[in-house]
Design a protein. Structure first.
Length: 59
């Protein structure tokens, strides 16, 4: 859900509140993400996007 919101929006909430809360309507649980959690979430996405498949690298 946080990835769908985008980094800019999530960073805005972090700046305002110091954390982001997500409520899952499926399991009725509340999840809280601090700035470190959010950073890891978006850094892992950026790393994955920057890596090409091995088949693309061979030529």
């Amino acid at each position: 859900m946080l990835k769908m919101l985008g980094r800019e929006e999530v960073d805005s909430v972090i700046a305002e509140r110091g954390h982001v809360e997500v409520h899952c309507e499926f399991c009725n649980q509340r999840y809280e993400f601090d700035p470190v959690d959010v950073e890891q979430l978006f850094v892992s996405k950026e790393i994955t996007q920057g890596v090409s498949q091995a088949s693309d690298q061979r030529r």
